[in-house]
Design a protein around this ligand. Structure first.
Ligand code: GLU
Length: 468
């Protein structure tokens, strides 16, 4: 696809630091980043922090950490809107002069009344234009107890359209839109105004964002039109839905992106998985960042919402865990290991990691498996498992525990010793392997029992079987 009217593609990610970054938001960042990279453009990070009450340093830090963790490095920014207040004021003053903005002295009670009346008539709640100046219109007397807000004088006639990169042509009657507040009474400019102005001033050519922002777009375009500015291209990406078909939202206990980090998901897996939510390249499910950039033009966005599927994410994460080199897996795993585990003999720790590397979905799960091999781990035998521990088998295991202390410690002799035990008591492998797993590790399924025994070592085997 060619965008001839621009010298260079510029996209932006413009989060508000009002909470940790969630999956939907970071997907917007990812798409904007990949789009810019695909066209050799620039990707900008802008922090929309004019909602002072809801913005926090902690949220800001979490945004920066998430972007950093996923490697979505901006080419410019972060720019903070609170550093640009004088600039916004200057533009609003110009708009007041050219008649595209005006003071509104309606009190909160007045606004509430307007809403009630609109609702009564089955209309959308909206500002009724009391203070909107018109030729020949007499405005009310200015009250002296009210600090005014500034509203944008939205066109009242005509149709506003744009060709949405994702959804195609979208049109809306201007008569549907009321005059929105662009500066609050505390002189803080509002989101729609700042976003529109910044997109222009920062040279943004393509705005990609969630389709929960579709209603804002005509307002932003009208603001830009009133200043004779050509609006950027917009693309609205359908929301991500949960299994029940509801929008993923904080209310539904959706984890933040950094929670996924803590759960042991790898950044490459998150990027790979997220990029398939609302975008595709044929049937490709697994691809790296370079391929994503190579393929990420504007053609393959999906018009319908994507569904979050934890199982698929787990599958992709396990793929990336398997693919990692043993050394870097060990390094990445470090922060998941407790001090007790770290005190394990290094070779043991490393070999245990390798034993489970291909069997887990997350680093946390991997670490939990390794933990079972430390001396301070006490397996819990569940009631369901008790049926495997018959008096006969417990007796076999007592003798097993005694005799295994005298064999040479390598996989082959452990394997031989098990075979001898099976012959001696005329039992099947599962009759001894399952009880051993339960008592030694607290689980029915594990990698081969020889490997488990080898890595546990004589002392731990003795201690754990001694409780019989
Ligand atoms: N600050 C807005 C948000 O976090 C950004 C919307 C936009 O991309 O224009 O939802």
């Amino acid at each position: 696809m060619k965008f001839n009217s621009f010298n260079q593609i510029k996209t932006r990610f413009a989060p508000s630091p009002t909470g940790p970054l969630h999956l939907g938001s970071i997907r917007t960042a990812l798409f904007s980043w990949a789009f810019a990279r695909h066209y050799n453009g620039r990707f900008i990070l802008r922090i929309e922090d004019t909602d002072i009450e809801r913005s926090s340093k902690k949220s800001l830090q979490s945004i920066l950490d998430t972007i950093n963790w996923l490697g979505l490095k901006p080419d410019e920014g972060p720019f903070y809107q609170t550093n640009r207040l004088l600039y916004y004021k200057k533009i609003i003053t110009e708009m007041m002069k050219n008649g595209s903005a005006y003071y509104c002295y309606s009190s909160p009670d007045d606004i509430e009344n307007m809403r009630t009346i609109a609702k009564k008539h089955g209309l959308k709640p909206r500002y009724d234009g009391t203070w909107r100046p018109e030729v020949g219109k007499k405005l009310p007397k200015i009250p002296n107890n009210i600090k005014p807000v500034i509203r944008f004088k939205n066109p009242q006639t005509g149709i506003l359209s744009w060709n949405d990169i994702v959804k195609g042509k979208i049109s809306i009657q201007n008569s549907e839109l009321d005059d929105l507040i662009i500066m609050r009474s505390d002189e803080m400019p509002t989101y729609n105004f700042c976003a529109a102005i910044d997109d222009w001033e920062m040279g943004i050519t393509h705005v990609l964002r969630g389709d929960d922002h579709i209603n804002n777009t005509p307002r932003q375009i009208n603001i830009l039109n009133s200043l004779n500015i050509t609006p950027p291209n917009y693309g609205h990406i359908p929301m991500i839905l949960n299994k029940e078909g509801e929008k993923l939202s904080k209310r539904h206990n959706v984890m933040s992106v950094m929670d996924y980090k803590e759960q042991g998901y790898l950044p490459d897996a998150i990027i790979n998985y997220l990029s398939r939510l609302g975008w595709s390249h044929g049937n490709n499910e697994i691809f790296n960042k370079e391929q994503l950039i190579h393929w990420f033009d504007a053609k393959n966005f999906s018009k319908s919402p994507a569904h979050w599927d934890n199982k698929k994410l787990d599958w992709i994460n396990s793929f990336y865990i398997k693919k990692m080199s043993d050394q870097s897996l060990y390094q990445t795993l470090d922060s998941f290991l407790t001090q007790q585990v770290k005190s394990l003999n290094f070779n043991n720790l490393f070999d245990t990691m390798l034993l489970f590397k291909n069997r887990v979905s997350t680093l946390k799960e991997l670490a939990e498996n390794i933990k079972m091999f430390s001396e301070t781990f006490y397996p819990i035998i569940s009631i369901d498992h008790k049926k495997y521990l018959t008096p006969f088998i417990l007796n076999v295991l007592k003798n097993f525990n005694h005799d295994i202390q005298h064999i040479n410690w390598n996989r082959e002799s452990i394997s031989n010793f098990i075979k001898i035990t099976l012959g001696k008591y005329n039992i099947k492998m599962s009759e001894i392997a399952i009880p051993l797993r339960i008592i030694l590790i607290g689980k029915i399924q594990t990698p081969p029992i020889e490997d488990i025994l080898l890595l546990l070592g004589k002392k731990i085997i003795r201690d754990r079987l001694n409780v019989l």
